[in-house]
Design a protein around this ligand. Structure first.
Ligand SMILES: *[C@@H]1O[C@H](CO)[C@@H](O)[C@H](O)[C@H]1NC(C)=O
Length: 143
């Protein structure tokens, strides 16, 4: 019984974190990008039962040449945006923040790339601090 009492609060914590998770809704995986272009990004959250307090949001770009892409927690790459998730729209239980970023005009060659979303938010009554990392594979194309 000691086991159960130790595990249950942990499971409750894990599920509340999942309920507050966000993801990169736009662009779709595999989108081709080029140096200097602008890119529309949408960070989507679900309308959870438990509120969360947004603290910070970072969008960054990993250029993965040589492959594979580095660990997104330890190496964010080119910082495209820093700010805070703020709601731009709401539909069917989904909320989004749409942000337009600019791909750096750097001397890239055609190679895999990756968009990294790093979001810091507070959850629950504690509250608990949660740092979330989501990634989306892109393709850098240079003609
Ligand atoms: C914002 O992103 C959502 C998808 O997450 C999309 O449905 C909506 O059209 C976008 N709005 C604008 C103004 O780009």
């Amino acid at each position: 019984m000691k086991f159960a009492s130790a595990v249950l609060p942990l499971l409750a914590f894990v599920s509340s974190v999942a309920a507050q998770a966000s993801h990169i809704g736009v662009p779709p995986p595999g989108t081709q990008i080029s140096p200097g272009q602008s890119l529309d990004v949408s960070i989507v959250k679900y309308n959870g039962l438990q509120g969360s307090t947004e603290v910070g949001l970072v969008l960054s770009l990993q250029y993965c040449n040589p492959a594979p892409c580095p660990d997104p927690v330890n190496q964010l790459g080119f910082i495209l945006y820093t700010g805070k998730w703020t709601q731009d729209g709401f539909k069917n239980g989904q909320m989004w923040d749409n942000i337009t970023v600019t791909i750096p005009d750097f001397d890239f060659t055609t190679a895999p790339a990756r968009l990294v979303e790093t979001r810091f938010h507070l959850i629950g009554a504690g509250p608990a601090a949660n740092l979330e990392t989501n990634t989306l594979d892109l393709q850098m194309v240079v003609n």
